[in-house]
Design a protein around this ligand. Structure first.
Ligand code: OXD
Ligand code: MN
Length: 563
């Protein structure tokens, strides 16, 4: 059974001896007493046959992989070096937002009040008493049973609980990365966003990249897109503009703090990538493809008979006569109606293997952020890029983000979901207070604020075709962002923000891509958008929406009236 508890604060009891049967990679006695007590308590509750204290060594990693292979949980992929395939239980393939909870004494500390009749979207609250009961129903003896299927999970009882006051995470019943890698979404976003609020910094669902222009001038950009909307591709971009270079600091999470010089400095708190496989190829993201040739665990991708992997969008292997097995372990052929790989299948690889890691990616001081970009999948109405008028308007733009649902969580279909700051599934406290925290960060004395932008690579024409080529061509948009940071007067105002003036965005060599198609700002569309947003704010933030954002919405409505 997959069960994990991480307590980052104190333990409740004193330090008795460690559980019987303890096997130590690291020296068990070297554990601090509070950690020993925590292990003892967990072992008493879950009753494992043995406890192993990890030392993180290469030898230990190899032994774990060998054991997982013996148990039939991992399959080697001999086409690559030390790469492995895991096939999960088909019921355990994505984050389970409906069973992810914040545990606080007062509900209002976790989520804003929802209007009667509206379905809660900004997180789920659980009381401490209900958590205690849920733990007692799940954990006692849960590690005693031997493994009954090829994948450890319990979909009926999955629970991913966070206790921000105690900096504690309790995850049960899912082995899927977003539910079970506790250092990632659970700690580095949910618990960390609460720490960041308390301590005056930001923990965000953002990639970080460095971009250097042909004259050698470098800038750093952070960007928030909802899950599975191309953060990894942008973070590892190969620019289609000659002379430009992109380097990667991180592809999913940014912790940002103002430095003594007033600049916002960002670090990537992760050491690896946990990226969506389908759609990744040498054409769309060659750097990711180079990254995953070694030391990588693939989950729920298809397998090729030459010992490799396959997924939708990947170049077909050139080996003659090669056959395929789907993520469900069944024979699969190109053209079959069902996909070979699950749409949320993943690769998990060490970041240091990416050929374009930024020289400063592990610098504890962080990299200075010049621009922050928000974005989402918007097939209609939202321009390719616009810049916010100022910080407060930018916070409004972040709060108004919407995007088509993707396979990263359990949502069905392609409905447009509101996803403020791409943090909807990851807020560690009341989302209204989160917006107030962002506004307050912009008021800090001496802060040299980054400029704020919004992008949409996903506009479609009347025939449903993408109007923007995307991928390496997104560097054209980043180039305009850089020039704006340098103060170039190359923008024109629209009611929604500042868009590039005609000619200011480099479209050379892109036949069929027309400026007018990229910057639709139409009154009926945006009036509808503003109405939807007003309703969303009323239903989901209610009295917890900062008044500055109501004022920004009114200002947008006013500008639209004058169009
Ligand atoms: C992820 C996600 O896995 O956002 O990064 O779901
Ligand atoms: Mn993510």
């Amino acid at each position: 059974m997959h069960a994990a508890i991480a307590r980052l604060g104190g333990c409740r009891r004193g330090p008795p001896a460690l559980a019987r049967g303890l096997r130590a990679g690291a020296e068990a006695g070297a554990l601090p007493p509070r950690v020993q007590a925590f292990v003892e308590e967990g072992a008493r509750l879950c009753q494992p046959r043995a406890v192993h204290v990890c030392d993180g060594s290469e030898a230990e990693g190899a032994a774990l992989l060998a054991q997982l292979q013996d148990d039939g949980l991992l399959h080697p992929l001999p086409k690559y070096e030390n790469c492995w395939l895991a096939r999960t239980d088909p019921r355990d393939v994505a984050r389970v937002e409906s069973r992810t909870v914040l545990v606080t004494e007062r509900e209002r500390d976790a989520v804003p009040p929802t209007a009667p009749g509206a379905t809660r979207q900004l997180g789920n609250w659980m009381s401490p008493a209900a958590l205690e009961q849920a733990v007692q129903e799940r954990f006692p003896g849960c590690m005693r049973e031997p493994l009954v299927s090829q994948w450890p999970c319990n979909p009926e009882k999955t629970l991913v609980a966070h206790v921000p006051d105690r900096r504690e995470i309790i995850s049960f019943g899912s082995g899927y990365g977003g539910n079970s890698l506790l250092g990632k979404k659970c700690f580095a976003l949910r618990i960390a966003s609460r720490l960041a609020r308390d301590e005056g910094w930001l923990a965000e669902h953002m990639l970080i990249l460095g971009i250097t222009d042909p004259e050698g001038r470098k800038k750093y950009v952070a960007a928030a897109f909802p899950s599975a909307c191309g953060k990894t591709n942008l973070a590892m971009l190969t620019p289609a503009l000659p002379g430009w270079r992109v380097e990667c600091v991180g592809d999913d999470i940014a912790w940002m703090k103002f430095g003594p010089d007033g600049r916002l400095r960002a670090i990537n708190p992760e050491s690896g990538f946990f990226g969506v496989a389908p759609g990744t190829s040498l054409r769309t993201n060659a750097n990711a493809m180079h990254t995953v040739q070694r030391n990588t665990i693939f989950t729920n991708v298809g397998q090729s008979s030459d010992g490799g992997v396959y997924w939708e969008g990947l170049e077909l292997p050139t080996t003659p006569g090669v056959t395929f097995t789907s993520w469900l372990g069944k024979p699969w052929s190109p053209g079959d109606p069902e996909p070979c790989a699950h749409p949320n299948s993943r690769f998990c690889a060490p970041a240091r293997q990416c050929p374009i890691m930024d020289p400063a990616w592990e610098d504890p001081q962080g990299v200075p952020i010049d621009a922050i970009i928000f974005g989402g999948r918007r097939p209609q109405g939202v321009p390719l890029v616009f810049e916010a008028f100022n910080w407060r308007h930018g916070v409004f733009v972040g709060s108004a983000m919407r995007s088509e649902a993707t396979a990263a969580a359990e949502h069905a279909g392609k409905q447009l979901l509101h996803d403020p700051f791409a943090m909807r599934p990851f807020f560690g406290y009341n989302a209204g207070q989160y917006l107030a925290h962002w506004l307050a960060m912009g008021e800090r004395a001496g802060a040299r604020l980054p400029r704020l932008f919004h992008v949409n690579w996903f506009l479609r024409d009347a025939a449903g075709r993408f109007v923007w080529p995307g991928f390496g061509h997104n560097a054209r948009v980043l180039a305009w962002v850089c020039r704006r940071v340098d103060g170039e007067p190359s923008a024109r105002p629209t009611p929604v923000g500042l868009v590039p003036r005609p000619g200011a965005l480099d479209l050379a060599g892109l036949p069929g891509v027309a400026y007018e198609d990229l910057f639709p700002v139409e009154r009926p569309f945006w009036e509808h958008e503003a109405r939807q947003l007003r309703r969303y704010f009323d239903e989901h933030f209610g009295p917890d929406l900062p008044p500055e954002l109501t004022a920004e919405l009114e200002a947008l409505e006013g500008r639209l009236k004058k169009m």
